[in-house]
Design a protein around this ligand. Structure first.
Ligand SMILES: NC(=O)c1ccc[n+]([C@@H]2O[C@H](COP(=O)([O-])OP(=O)(O)OC[C@H]3O[C@@H](n4cnc5c(N)ncnc54)[C@H](O)[C@@H]3O)[C@@H](O)[C@H]2O)c1
Length: 344
């Protein structure tokens, strides 16, 4: 398939786009390159790429593609605090506009990178499947809920949107992020000798390795239309739901010289959800998630050791989205609509 991957230069995209190309797809990346220069390691495989904002794509640019894998987004809760309007503009309006343009250009399949964070405040230990009530707590999660709804309305005989509700990602990528929970805990441990919890650690969170998001994406691209048309799937593994404090315990097992500590005044994080991944596992047995948090912790610790990750890097803008975007805004590289000035 000829596939346009938006956000191919981000944390997940830098792993998934080459993974799709390795599997035989003809991949073109499209990204605003908000994280240019924020490399953790060399690219794992380059794909043809274009610079642009997903909010400005034209039907001509999408002509000839069979599928769009839409990853580009303001991709976490804290970014919603920067200015919630930007999160809605890129993640909601930008997604729906891109989907309409794709449909107009005759693109048949639209794989949307959604998020389990839309289950938000489940408040209980029950395992939630795709039909569970959605309780988004942040502009980010809300933008994903509304984008899924809008995409479903666009579905017709020639256009099949599918929403992959990814668990929180972890794992090594050429564009590493240290603002996702497991990468962050291993980062604390490695750079300070302390595994620091900012909450009381009681919240549930499902986690998934970036390469397993890639496997799921491959599944969604190659599946018969009926399996994906207007559907939503949780992406992760049911055994990979953890309380944050249990993840800290795992990190302690892999790096036993480090102590677990709680930030002053640490309280429960209201974002707590435990997720059932059975629907995806039944529909896509060949694309089930393979990684475990324990393996991921080892992978991360080895990678941090290899590059000699320092506290200043851990604490700086290179690997933390909010700090990076604040720096770009301060330097005047982004305009008031969060578009790169040079691309304007
Ligand atoms: N990281 C996670 O834990 C996680 C979990 C669930 C879902 N997701 C979803 O997966 C997708 C990818 O997440 P990620 O962690 O790789 O994010 P990321 O922030 O690392 O990468 C996003 C990429 O999109 C690009 N981008 C942002 N706005 C753009 C725009 N307007 N036009 C063009 N490019 C733009 C950025 O330059 C960046 O390269 C997102 O949709 C995110 O919501 C992520």
């Amino acid at each position: 398939m000829r596939v346009l991957v938006t956000g191919h230069h981000g944390y997940i995209g830098a792993v998934v786009a080459p993974q799709l190309a390795e599997a035989g797809h003809d991949v073109v990346g499209l990204d605003a390159f908000l994280y240019r220069g924020c490399d953790f390691g060399p690219e794992v495989g380059r794909v043809e790429e274009r610079q642009g904002d997903v909010r400005d794509v034209t039907p001509t640019e999408l002509a000839g593609f069979d599928a769009v894998v839409h990853l580009a987004a303001l991709s976490n809760d804290p970014l919603g605090d920067l200015n919630p309007e930007w999160t809605y503009d890129v993640n909601l309006d930008g997604t729906l506009r891109l989907a309409r343009v794709a449909k107009e250009a005759g693109v048949g399949r639209f794989v949307f990178s959604s998020s389990c964070s839309m289950y938000g405040a489940s408040g209980r230990d029950d395992v939630l499947d795709e039909d569970a009530p959605l309780r988004p707590l942040t502009p980010y999660a809300e933008s994903k809920v509304r984008a899924e709804e809008g995409l479903a309305e666009l579905a017709d005989s020639g256009f099949s949107p599918v929403s992959l509700r990814n668990a929180t990602a972890y794992g090594v990528s050429p564009r590493l992020r240290l603002d996702v929970v497991l990468n962050n805990l291993v980062g604390w441990a490695f750079t300070t000798g302390r595994i620091r919890l900012l909450s009381d650690g009681s919240s549930w969170r499902p986690i998934v390795h970036v390469r397993d998001i890639g496997r799921a994406t491959l599944g969604a691209l190659s599946a018969p239309r009926a399996l994906v048309h207007k559907r939503a799937y949780n992406v992760g593994a049911t055994a990979e739901n953890y309380r944050i404090r249990d993840l800290a315990g795992l990190v302690h097992e892999v790096l036993p010289e480090c102590d677990v500590e709680f930030a002053e005044g640490a309280s429960p994080d209201p974002r707590s959800y435990r997720v059932d991944f059975g629907r995806f596992e039944a529909a896509f047995p060949e694309h089930r998630a393979e990684w475990t948090a324990r393996e991921g912790t080892r992978e991360l610790a080895d990678a941090y050791r290899r590059v000699g990750l320092t506290w200043d890097e851990f604490d700086g803008p290179r690997y933390t989205r909010l700090k990076r975007l604040r720096a770009l805004l301060d330097e005047g590289e982004l305009d008031g609509s969060l578009r790169r000035r040079e691309a304007a």
